[in-house]
Design a protein around this ligand. Structure first.
Ligand code: SF4
Ligand code: SF4
Length: 285
């Protein structure tokens, strides 16, 4: 599989939920770009050579009014592919508008199931409706954080999801410093939910790819709501791999891939876009 150049853009910090297991602290779940800054982001994307995938997340993107008012109409005019990570709390009328505006560009829609805020059957019904509106080529994936003490319930929910011909994507729960230390009995349930040796397409186990050549910073980067760009999420956490600021015109990509130097790769996007050499790859999340 060819590498798919990809930007993970945190369009805004604000979120309409406050999940107990959220890895973004409340301090960082705030703020959004101004109209003027959105125009600068769009101008930056317009200048990019080649076609990139712009995967947007927050906070919660739809919780920011400018997301549907400015960002999506702006991206509709650009050639890039669009992906979205959302808690799917936006009303169906808004999701319908999204598909009308950029349905032909949507690559991956990742919808996160947060059982502290929604009931699984209603959530699945909403996802089924969205699936009907999307092109067959658009991937639609239900993310599910494997929250301790809820795993038996999640097994039943996985059955409901797969029984609706939808894709269930389990993710181990992360903490600030790595993966949550599950109890022995929960570990067995985690394996039931993820499978024994899942690929990055099948589950997110937040593995280590230390030593493998990675194209992050070259054909993949993360971009925050203030315009700061970093080679990858882990690099950002360690305040390394800074690529400059796209709003201040100081952004510059690295020219060469480098061996990964980290013990955790918390997100499957780089793996599933072909950025990490020598692992099983797939472009579905
Ligand atoms: S929806 Fe996502 S960003 Fe918002 S509080 Fe929950 S986990 Fe955090
Ligand atoms: S393998 Fe993951 S953690 Fe390592 S450099 Fe690449 S994106 Fe970052």
């Amino acid at each position: 599989m060819q590498r798919q150049p990809t930007i993970e853009w945190q369009t805004n910090g604000i979120c309409n939920y406050d999940c107990s297991y959220c890895i973004q602290s409340k301090k960082f779940r705030q703020g959004h770009p101004s109209d003027e800054e959105i125009e600068k982001f769009l101008a930056f994307f317009a200048r990019l050579p080649r076609i990139w995938e712009i995967k947007m997340s927050g906070g919660e993107p739809f919780a920011f009014k400018g997301f549907m008012d400015k960002i999506i109409p702006g991206l509709a005019k650009l050639p890039h592919h669009i992906s979205i990570l959302t808690n799917l709390s936006a009303p169906l009328s808004i999701l319908d508008k999204l598909v009308t505006l950029v349905g032909d560009k949507l690559s991956v829609v990742s919808v996160s199931l947060h059982l502290e805020y929604v009931e699984a059957p209603e959530f699945i019904d909403k996802v089924k409706q969205l699936r009907q509106w999307l092109r067959p080529e658009t991937s639609l994936v239900i993310n599910s954080v494997l929250v301790p003490n809820t795993l038996e319930n999640l097994l039943a929910i996985r059955g409901l999801v797969e029984g609706s011909s939808l894709k269930y994507f389990p993710q181990v729960m992360k903490t600030k410093h790595g993966v949550f230390p599950y109890t022995e009995s929960d570990k067995a349930l985690v394996v039931q939910l993820t499978g024994k040796n899942p690929s990055a397409k099948e589950a997110n186990l937040a593995p280590s790819y230390r030593g493998l050549v990675c194209w992050s910073g070259v054909e993949y980067f993360v971009l925050d709501q203030k315009g700061h760009a970093w080679a990858c999420r882990t690099a950002k956490r360690f305040q390394q791999g800074y690529l400059g600021n796209v709003l201040a015109d100081t952004f510059e990509l690295k020219s060469l891939p480098m061996p990964c130097q980290y013990d955790i790769c918390p997100c499957t996007v780089p793996a599933n876009r072909g950025m990490i050499e020598g692992i099983k790859i797939n472009h579905e999340n």
